[in-house]
Design a protein around this ligand. Structure first.
Ligand SMILES: [Zn+2]
Ligand SMILES: [Zn+2]
Ligand SMILES: [Zn+2]
Length: 353
């Protein structure tokens, strides 16, 4: 994520901000410029004081002005009243239910970070409204009131990402995180994982990359239901850390891909934040990893991946040390073994290709 400033008073603002805490100007993310900035109301529409927005008029997404669950704006002449991110949501929870509005806000906020990353990596994003066959859609659902009825399962099928909004409840998610030993169980983590399945269908399944995929991740034709049953009965192999990024990744090659993909998105996003915040680390001992600015993590140069990994090791050391100093658990409780690095490289090559 980049660093953003209020264009009126230069105060630092976040990607999610809706109002400058210093000068009180309204803020919005402008996807056409890739920035969160301040706006001035001018009649029915909004103007940005930025030089490169000269002559442009914006409208706020309907989910911003009517429901306060979005902070994106779009060109005033766009026909659709929803922004690029909200347009992908086709089912929202029943807002008459207690807590549903708050859950919806958290879910959309995490989803916008996902969309930001996908745009940044120049991955194709199409809505099922425009591309019913190969487009992407999100459905946010609550478990039925009848406790005997089937529960909503978070997952992906044919471009539709379903999320059980119970995952937006911190206590509930922490419980599942603990029970299932998933240290990175977050809303954003869910989205990054599920969208990984979507891009596997689009970028790997019918492509000439499938053979290399099978060499690294295993045979995706393995019976999925049987793998799932085995995973929950027997648990992951004892030495899963030597082959997989997470215990769940050992379940089936599809899950291995989705977990690795999600991890790649965690890394590229955190490295972009560190770089744009100006963070560097220059160790005194030779041979220790150095955190260097990574101007463009998706650079096409063959050495870009190596540079990214070196900076990543340095950054995660800082991250974990800062967390320990604040009395928190490690922010990055992972070990990147050689097979995992090769899988990450494959994701990197797929994205940059
Ligand atoms: Zn301001
Ligand atoms: Zn929106
Ligand atoms: Zn999955």
């Amino acid at each position: 994520m980049k660093v953003f400033h209020c264009d009126h008073c230069d105060h630092l603002v976040f990607f999610e901000s809706v109002q400058c805490v210093s000068c009180k100007h309204a803020l919005a993310y402008l996807p056409d410029l890739g920035v969160t900035g301040s706006l001035d109301l001018d009649g029915e529409t909004w103007r940005s004081p930025l030089k490169r927005a000269e002559g442009k008029r914006y409208r706020l997404c309907r989910n911003y002005s009517e429901h306060q669950v979005c902070n994106w704006a779009m060109p005033a002449d766009q026909e659709d009243p929803y922004c690029l991110s909200c347009r992908l949501t086709r089912v929202i929870p029943n807002l008459a239910t207690a807590g549903a509005q708050a859950a919806w806000y958290k879910v959309e906020t995490a989803k916008r970070r996902l969309i930001y990353s996908l745009l940044n990596l120049k991955l194709p994003i199409e809505s099922k409204i425009d591309e019913p066959e190969r487009g992407l859609a999100f459905e946010f659902l609550a478990d039925p009131a009848d406790s005997a009825a089937p529960k909503v399962l978070t997952g992906h099928a044919d471009g539709v990402i379903t999320l059980n909004i119970a995952e937006a409840d911190d206590a509930e998610r922490e419980k599942r995180k603990h029970d299932l030993h998933e240290p990175f169980r977050t809303l954003l983590g869910h989205f990054r994982h599920e969208v990984g399945h979507y891009y596997w269908d689009r970028l790997i399944r019918d492509s000439d990359r499938i053979e290399e995929f099978r060499k690294l991740f295993g045979d995706d034709r393995e019976d999925y239901s049987a793998s799932l049953a085995r995973h929950y009965q027997e648990g992951p192999p004892l030495d899963w850390q030597s082959q997989f990024i997470s215990a769940y990744a050992s379940m089936h090659p599809w899950e291995d891909w989705a977990e690795t993909w999600a991890h790649y998105l965690h890394m590229t996003d955190a490295l972009e934040t560190a770089t744009t915040c100006g963070l560097t680390l220059r160790p005194k001992r030779p041979g220790e990893p150095t955190l260097k600015p990574v101007p463009n993590v998706i650079a096409r140069e063959p050495t870009a991946f190596e540079a990214m990994i070196e900076s990543w090791h340095a950054l995660t050391y800082v991250l974990n040390n800062l967390n320990r100093g604040l009395g928190l658990q490690d922010g990055y409780p992972f070990v990147l073994s050689s097979p995992v690095l090769e899988k990450l490289r494959f994701v990197h090559e797929t994205v940059t290709a």
